[in-house]
Design a protein around this ligand. Structure first.
Ligand code: GLC
Length: 415
């Protein structure tokens, strides 16, 4: 059954409808601002029909960059009461009202892809953008590494996998006392069974309140030891971004001092996330050294980072063969698997695309193609949802979702 007869047109229309003038919201209602990695993915979608607009998306994101190089996870371009926590709770101090944390740095990789798609149109844009991309990379290297060289997330929202089981143990250590009364908005837009629980939300908000109290002073936050988990999303994506920055700098003939050393350090960090007992890449609490014990879709980003792993490949082959709508955000064989709850089971199209990029780069073409086709079928049948039930394929969370539309145009729907 194919309910979506013209997905190409539908996908373009979603990007155009979610365009707020220079930036794209993830979806109307639930996410009314500019999100960092959503925007990078959106740019890949725009690049399929409007390359100038694609560059503008990334440029608008970097217009919110803080003086120290940090690029916030949300830019609050215009106040919208339908979202909580908004700019008043975050207290970000960049040029545009913003949050105080980042998201995985997909932008450098996307900028390279868009440039390679149309070198003529991209040369000036990437040249201008490059120092900002480099400054963000340096900020991450300065503030987010653990002792092994893996990249940490300091808030579950920072890794972009909000309620993943990866954070469960570390979240137990966050004391939500004094968080006070607040009104969630997400559950008034979508089914609360698809969303994080109140237990999680209290801790998310508490971490935001503490960050705001210290005015997002990274040195102070480091010494407070609140929440620091070395994670495959941040680590693999930062490593990939560093590799892409090197390539861009070589091609443009602009220096990128220190980045090749960073790549080595990040490679060590990435390998340190191999959990032998789990036979998978995993997250590790940077404060206690304890493994999370989580096989997630981020575990499969190793190829995206340029790292080979036969064990992960075999695991992926099993997942592609046995999970009806792969790749689940959490392994269905694990006890906390929850097929509808956000990052505790559902399949996310854009994560599949990133995994697919890596598979192609590392020469695993059959697996890449199976993954692309399955993602294509999932979207064509169930529409442009935020994410999907990996067992029955039904759409969940928000709909008319920007990154799912971009994934269709750039990757899943390409013949
Ligand atoms: C959720 C997702 C995050 C995404 C945001 C906007 O918070 O977990 O990854 O960036 O929504 O789509």
């Amino acid at each position: 059954m194919n309910q979506h007869t013209n997905p190409d047109r539908e996908a373009r229309n979603i990007l155009i409808a979610n365009d707020r003038g220079g930036y794209t919201i993830p979806t109307e209602g639930l996410y009314p601002y500019q999100w960092n990695w959503d925007s990078a993915i959106a740019a890949l979608g725009f690049a399929e029909f409007d390359i100038d607009r694609a560059w503008t998306e990334i440029e608008t994101l970097f217009s919110g960059q803080w003086d120290d190089g940090m690029v916030p996870h949300i830019l609050f371009h215009q106040q919208d009461d339908g979202y909580f926590p908004g700019p008043d709770v975050w207290g970000g101090h960049g040029p545009i009202p913003s949050s105080g944390i980042i998201q995985p740095p997909v932008a450098a990789t996307v900028a390279r892809k868009i440039w390679e798609k149309d070198g003529g149109a991209g040369e000036d844009r990437i040249r201008t953008l490059f120092p900002a991309l480099l400054a963000w990379h340096r900020w991450i290297m300065k503030w987010r590494l653990d002792d092994h060289g893996a990249v940490c997330t300091t808030h579950p929202w920072e890794a972009g996998r909000d309620n993943a089981p990866d954070w469960d143990k570390a979240m137990e250590g966050v004391d939500p006392t004094g968080v006070g009364e607040y009104q969630r908005r997400d559950t008034s837009h979508v089914n609360s069974a698809d969303r994080p629980t109140k237990y999680d939300y209290d801790r998310y908000i508490k971490l935001v309140q503490i960050g705001c109290e210290v005015d997002w002073d990274q040195q102070k936050l480091l010494s407070l030891n609140l929440f620091r988990v070395a994670d495959p999303t941040m680590t693999f994506i930062t490593l990939r971004a560093a590799r892409d920055l090197m390539v861009i700098s070589d091609k443009l003939g602009i220096a990128a001092d220190g980045v090749s050393d960073d790549i080595q350090k990040l490679e060590e960090g990435a390998r340190s996330l191999w959990n032998e007992a789990l036979n998978s890449f995993d997250s590790r609490d940077a404060l206690t050294g304890e493994w999370a014990g989580s096989v997630s879709n981020a575990s499969y980003l190793c190829w995206y980072a340029g790292l080979e792993s036969q064990s992960m490949l075999e695991r992926l082959q099993g997942t592609l063969a046995n999970v009806p709508f792969p790749v689940p955000s959490y392994d269905p064989a694990m006890p906390n698997f929850d097929q509808r709850r956000y990052w505790r089971g559902p399949t996310w199209g854009f994560m599949n695309m990133l995994i697919g990029f890596g598979l192609v780069d590392m020469g695993h073409l059959p697996e890449a193609e199976v993954l692309r086709q399955k993602t294509s079928q999932l979207i064509a049948t169930n529409g442009f949802a935020e994410y999907y039930d990996p067992l029955i394929g039904s759409p969940a969370g928000g709909n008319s979702f920007t990154w799912t539309a971009a994934v269709w145009l750039h990757w899943a729907g390409r013949k």
